[in-house]
Every structure is written in C-alpha cells, then in structure tokens.
Design a protein around this ligand. Structure first.
Ligand SMILES: Cc1cc2nc3c(=O)[nH]c(=O)nc-3n(C[C@H](O)[C@H](O)[C@H](O)COP(=O)(O)O)c2cc1C
Length: 229
C-alpha cells in the first residue's frame, strides 16, 4: 500500500512551523467526508531535530495504518506562550501570545488523535512542554474540548535509559486532566509510548526506539479509527 505524502513546511496562523501531510490519491476519493486528522506537537526547543524526527516516524505510521487520516506536525519552538495569562496576568509590552492559534488547530473536532513529544530534560519533560500542558487549561475550561481524542506521548533522551519513561508518564499525567484517551505503543510490545535514544544528534541507529515510535503511531491510528467508526 503506497500513498503520496506531500510534506511541506508551511507557516501556521501564529507563525508556527508545521509540516502538513496532504492526502494521497486513495484518500482523495473520499473527499466528501471531512478528513479526520492526527496532530503531533513537538515541545523541543530545537525544531526539526531528534524529537521532530521521532514524531515524524509516528505520523508516517499513522498514515500507513490509515491512509484516510491527515497528519500534521506542529513545532512549538520559537513560539510565544506566556504563562502569566493562566492567572490573569496581562501580556507585557510588545509580547505576543501564539497559543490561541495552536489551540484553534487542536480543538478542531476533525482532530481525532494527538501525540505530544518532548526531549528529556533532567528526567522530565522540557519547560516548553510543561508550559504547553498548562496553557491547555483553556480546553478544560471550555468544556473539555480535547475529550476523547486519542493521546500518545514520545520522549527522546541522550541516554538509552535517560528518563524517557518518566517523561512520558508525566506528559500522560498532564493530559489526563483533559479527559483524553491515553494509549501506548500497542501490541506486541505494549509499552508506555515512544522512547527514543539520541545518538550523535540522530535517532536513526535506535532500532528499538524507532519500533516504539512506529508502534505508537499505529496504535493512535488504530484506536482513532475504532472510535470514529
Ligand atoms: C537541559 C538538558 C537536560 C537534559 N537532560 C537529559 C536527561 O535527563 N536524560 C537524557 O537522556 N538526556 C537529557 N538531555 C539530552 C536531550 O534529551 C537530548 O539531546 C534530546 O535528543 C534533545 O531533543 P532535540 O533533538 O529535539 O532537541 C538533556 C538536554 C538538555 C539540554
């Protein structure tokens, strides 16, 4: 089964760098129904590096599992997501807030799956990932807008056992507050999510981790398909 995936770097409404997967020939035949989508959010401070590479593997696996699903990678690096607005604080002079544009994409009912990726920073998620999770408070307040979206997490560390599972567990815990449906990488391994090892700024040598990333993408697509009918 081969599908054309045209990956283009585009700018989102907030200037967010995103990679969009455009439907291939097979899916275009179903153009009458609005396409469902899986979004991956990269909370690494380095766009396009190892966390992005892992998330891209997940999205490719989503597409292989279900070619009708659209895929999109959102890079948060460089975006402004001020934390003070959570507690009613005003934007500082000249400060912008890029979160609303990201939120608009995520709350779209067509989004059936969400995968969040973070580098491991001291056995935990990046600060950007935590800020993102906190800003997601907005979805709860608006009536749990992420409710029942299938959710998976990915972590990349510079050590094989550098805290990837702890990081994924913390991301899961944050998103449990959104009433998402948390999945891991599915059978046959049945692990917590995608645990990748950065060696020389690449994940290409990490056969085990690549397997978990692909497994997570497949599992998100599988469950999203079951829930959406
Ligand atoms: C502040 C900081 C803390 C880090 N802590 C860990 C750690 O606890 N465990 C680990 O395996 N790697 C750690 N790393 C390495 C990164 O997780 C690793 O380089 C990752 O692949 C970076 O993702 P990126 O390529 O998307 O930037 C740390 C890196 C930084 C900058």
């Amino acid at each position: 089964m081969s599908h054309e995936i045209d990956r283009r770097m585009v700018l989102g409404a907030a200037g967010a760098a995103v990679v969009t997967g455009v439907l291939g020939r097979g899916a275009l035949a179903q153009a009458s129904a609005p396409a469902k989508k899986v979004i991956a959010v990269n909370t690494s401070l380095r766009a396009g590096k190892t966390t992005a590479a892992g998330l891209t593997l997940c999205l490719e696996a989503v597409k292989e599992m279900n070619s009708a699903l659209e895929i999109e990678l959102i890079e948060l690096a460089g975006l402004s997501m001020p934390a003070q607005v959570l507690v009613g604080g005003a934007l500082r002079e000249g400060e912008t807030d890029d979160f609303p544009a990201v939120a608009e994409k995520l709350r779209d009912p067509a989004v059936v799956g969400l995968i969040v990726g973070s580098p491991v920073y001291f056995n935990n998620m990046s600060g950007l990932c935590k800020t993102f999770i906190d800003r997601c408070m907005e979805f709860r307040k608006n009536g749990f807008e992420l409710r029942n979206k299938v959710f998976g997490a990915l972590a990349v560390g510079a050590a094989r056992n550098g805290g990837q599972e702890l990081t994924i567990s913390a991301i899961h815990a944050g998103f449990m507050g959104q009433d998402v449906i948390v999945v891991g990488d599915g059978k046959p391994s049945g692990r917590i999510g995608a645990t990748l090892w950065n060696q020389n700024d690449a994940i290409a040598q990490d056969e085990f981790g690549i397997g978990t990333a692909k497994g997570l993408g497949r599992r998100v697509a599988e469950l999203a398909g079951m829930l959406q009918g």
